[in-house]
Every structure is written in structure tokens, then in C-alpha cells.
Design a protein around this ligand. Structure first.
Ligand code: AMP
Ligand code: FES
Ligand code: ZN
Length: 313
């Protein structure tokens, strides 16, 4: 198989683009897709300080590397959730990457350790409040990502969500007609109110397979295993279904997700109208000050219940 752009030998085929690339041309393709995402969704500018949430997985480590390569000012945050047999491995992948690759380029890594700061690992916290681990985990991560970005005055917070993640999430939201989530699903969410950081997903134009290939070709040492808590999660089922459709009809994921974004841009012309709606409903949490629609935010409610349960044991 020959590279579509040069006489070199192709290392990857991309059925959805009807093409195949050698390592150099594929790398250029990946960088172009990220650059296009940043530009078309007005994610950030070269002056902005970016905080990348890195999990130790291929997507977020690749994202950090690509942004640094492109000359952006990108630091990272890792949230150590205290998952036995998993967090220690993912943390060491992140720390090694930070020391060997990102550090020499002037980037720094922050680590938030849940067992130290919240008094227990994610599994215990979730058990205390009878919530599925994944949902408690999502609440903690979202909260800590935002807190770290706002407190350390980053202009924007970036995650490694890719095309597969976003298409699977869209499928779930459509199947359950979760209009509120559909309204807010997008690769660039503005900092709607004071206390909420702007959030972006610069990898939304690249598939999981493409990012995995990029990580392997660039020798990024990432954690291959999925979180042990995520087994059987609905998201994996949606991804599987979309992968089967993609094999039969290449480009399905991108048509589905990018098509949704185009529709969204047409029907909700001003993201400011959403910001205004949000602004009206939000006020500072009486416990932590982060914006919320109720008196106490979801995170503080969860932590209060978990602490009460832990103390009563
Ligand atoms: P996931 O929800 O595990 O698919 O992760 C989606 C994105 O969230 C990743 O690409 C990272 O940017 C971020 N992320 C997930 N877990 C962590 C973590 N423990 N620490 C920091 N960032 C994370
Ligand atoms: Fe949160 Fe697995 S990463 S439960
Ligand atoms: Zn709060």
C-alpha cells in the first residue's frame, strides 16, 4: 500500500477519507485535523494558557504532545482516583511522560490525589453514597478539572475526547432524547459564567483508531487497559455499535457527529443565548463557591453525604 501524498510506504489506511498515509504524512494529517478543530471552533489562541486533563490514556497524552508540538502553552492535570491496580499504573505513565517529553518543553504537570484530598478512593466514596462508581467519578473529575483551571487562571481546559467518544455520547443522548445534554454537547463550551472554565475537545475530528496509531507511531507510552470500573458501561456498547456501522459504511461516525454539529450551529446561532440562560440560573455554591443551580453544588452534596457516611462507621 502506497502513501496517497508521497512515494513512501503507507503505515495506515483511512477508509473514511479514502486514503492511506506514510508516517510523516499521517502525522501531518493528524496535526491538520487538530489545527482545524482549534480554528473552526475558536478554541484558543497561541497566547492562551491551556490546561490539558491527562488520564494516562493515548488520547490525552497525544493531545498534550500535539499541542506542545504546535507551540501552545499547555500544562496538564492528572486526577488520581485511587482505583486499586489502575490509578498507580496510569499515574506513573503520566509522570514519566511529563518528565521525559513535556517537562523539557517547559510544561508542568499538576496532580490531584482523591484519597488524600477527599479522604477515600473513588470506589469507597461511591459506595458510601450508593452511586455507580463511574457516575461519582464523573462528578469528581468534572469538578476538579474546572476548579484547577479556574484557580490557576488557565484560559481554557482541554480533554482528549475523540470522534468515537463524541459520536457514542451523541447516540446515547439521542436514544434517550436527552435534550438538555444535546443542547450542551459540543467540542467547545464557552466559559458561560464566572467560575466555569471554557472547555474544549481538540481531538473531536480524529477517531480512536487514528489516535491510537499516532500514539504508537510516536512511541507514546500510554496505559492500554480501560478503567476496570467501566466494563459493561453503556458507552462501550454505543461505541461497539458505531464501530460495526463504520466497517459497513466508512465515515458513519463523522457524518453522524459532524452533521449534528452543523445542525446545531444552524438552529442555535448564538451560543450567547445559552450563556444568558445559564447565567440566570446559576449562583455560587454556598459551600465551595463554584456556580450551581441549587444552593449547594452536586459535588459538595456528594462529598457531604460521603463524609457523613464515613464518620458514622
Ligand atoms: P474518559 O471519560 O475516561 O473517556 O476520559 C475522557 C477525557 O477525560 C480524557 O481524554 C482526559 O482528557 C480526561 N480524563 C479522564 N480521566 C482523567 C484523570 N483521571 N485525570 C485527568 N484527566 C482525565
Ligand atoms: Fe472513573 Fe473509571 S475512570 S470510574
Ligand atoms: Zn460546591
Amino acid at each position: 500500500m502506497k502513501c496517497l501524498k508521497c512515494p513512501g510506504k503507507a503505515v495506515i489506511d483511512l477508509p473514511r477519507h479514502n486514503s492511506a498515509f506514510c508516517k510523516a504524512c499521517f502525522t501531518e494529517f493528524v496535526h491538520q485535523q487538530v489545527a482545524r478543530a482549534i480554528k473552526s471552533e475558536r478554541m484558543f489562541s497561541p497566547q492562551d494558557r491551556i490546561l490539558v486533563a491527562v488520564s494516562g490514556g493515548k488520547d490525552s497524552l497525544a493531545l498534550w504532545q500535539i499541542l506542545l508540538h504546535m507551540g501552545y502553552r499547555a500544562d496538564a492535570l492528572y486526577v488520581d482516583l485511587g482505583i486499586p491496580g489502575y490509578s498507580a499504573t496510569s499515574r506513573s505513565k503520566v509522570e514519566q511522560f511529563a518528565e521525559a517529553v513535556a517537562g523539557p518543553q517547559g510544561a508542568k504537570l499538576m496532580v490531584h490525589t482523591v484519597t488524600e484530598q477527599q479522604g477515600a478512593g473513588i470506589q469507597d466514596l461511591a459506595n458510601f453514597i450508593h452511586r455507580p462508581t463511574c457516575s461519582a467519578c464523573g462528578t469528581i473529575k468534572r469538578y476538579q478539572f474546572n476548579r484547577a483551571a479556574v484557580e490557576n487562571k488557565y484560559d481554557v481546559m482541554a480533554t482528549g475526547h475523540n470522534l468515537d467518544d463524541e459520536a457514542a455520547r451523541l447516540l446515547g443522548n439521542v436514544l434517550n432524547w436527552q435534550q438538555e445534554y444535546l443542547d450542551k454537547q459540543g467540542p467547545s463550551l464557552p466559559a458561560s459564567v464566572e467560575g466555569f472554565a471554557k472547555k474544549v475537545k481538540p481531538l473531536y475530528r480524529l477517531s480512536e483508531r487514528e489516535i491510537a496509531a499516532y500514539a504508537v507511531l510516536h512511541r507514546i507510552d500510554y496505559i492500554v487497559e480501560e478503567c476496570p470500573m467501566s466494563k459493561g458501561a453503556k458507552m462501550l456498547l454505543y461505541k461497539d455499535v458505531l464501530n460495526r456501522l463504520e466497517i459497513e459504511s466508512p465515515g458513519t461516525k463523522q457524518r453522524f457527529y459532524w452533521g449534528f454539529l452543523e445542525q446545531q450551529a444552524r438552529t442555535t446561532p448564538a451560543s450567547s443565548s445559552m450563556a444568558e440562560k445559564d447565567q440566570a440560573a446559576l449562583h455560587p455554591c454556598t459551600t465551595c463557591g463554584q456556580p450551581t443551580t441549587s444552593e449547594v453544588c452536586g459535588y459538595c452534596k456528594m462529598m457531604a453525604r460521603a463524609t457523613a457516611k464515613a464518620n458514622s462507621r
